[in-house]
Write a protein that binds this ligand. Structure first.
Ligand code: SF4
Length: 223
């Protein structure tokens, strides 16, 4: 599948798109939020000042700053507590120790932070520190369930299940993640996937089952 995706969406070089703290906080903001709103929320959050200023700000001020992100009232205290814990950790706001920690320990350290799930932790570890983990977002999850790479399970469980099937090769994992994202946004969409123009349809279980009428993902899950 990776080669077909590369043929369509291109080769991707593994490089950090933003610094680790930006990646971490932005990914918390991105939960259930569009990319444009996530970016707007992050921008306004940073207008409050540096990380210490954001920790010190009243919670409702932080919630207002990130209002473009969904669930700002619950994300604000989580972000402030996450920042507090990072500030108090040995490296402070420098997360580079994650480059050296065993992957299992790095995942645990990150997921122990409030508001940080395995997807957020995996994105930081793969994108910023080039560690062999595979972030499973909604697009990656939906496509792999439809294609039949993995059986029905939670997104959380899919991180481990997919990683067990893939080589522990960060550039490979990065390209596959990014190209699946493109495929999920452009072709294998949540509702009405464009199976007629999908170049992996011959190996897709959902296509075999439903032909060109693959139902929306939520409908499929109810069956
Ligand atoms: S054939 Fe349809 S359901 Fe299968 S991966 Fe392609 S777009 Fe998605």
């Amino acid at each position: 599948m990776k080669d077909r995706l590369r043929g369509e969406y291109g080769k991707k070089a593994l490089e950090s798109r933003r610094d680790p703290m930006h990646e971490l906080i932005s990914t918390i903001l991105s939960q259930r939020t569009t990319h444009a709103d996530e970016e707007a929320a992050y921008h306004e959050l940073r207008e409050l000042g540096d990380w210490a200023d954001i920790i010190a700000a009243p919670q409702e001020v932080v919630a207002y700053a990130i209002r473009r992100s969904n669930y700002p009232e619950s994300k604000a205290p989580r972000i402030q507590e996450t920042l507090r814990r990072i500030r108090d950790a040995p490296g402070g706001y420098d997360l580079d120790f994650l480059r050296e920690l065993p992957v299992k320990d790095a995942l645990k350290w990150l997921t122990d932070l409030p508001g940080v799930g395995v997807k957020t932790a995996s994105l930081v570890l793969l994108f910023n520190y080039h560690r062999p983990v595979f972030p499973v977002d909604t697009h990656v999850f939906r496509i792999n369930i439809r294609v039949g790479t993995i059986p029905q399970m939670t997104e959380q469980a899919a991180h481990r299940a997919l990683l067990a099937l893939l080589p522990p090769d960060p550039p490979f994992l990065y390209e596959l993640h990014v190209n699946l994202l493109s495929h999920g946004r452009q072709v294998c969409t949540w509702t009405a996937p464009k199976c007629g123009e999908c170049f992996i349809r011959e190996r897709c279980d959902a296509y075999k089952m439903y032909g060109g009428r693959v139902p929306s993902f939520s409908e499929k899950k109810k069956k």
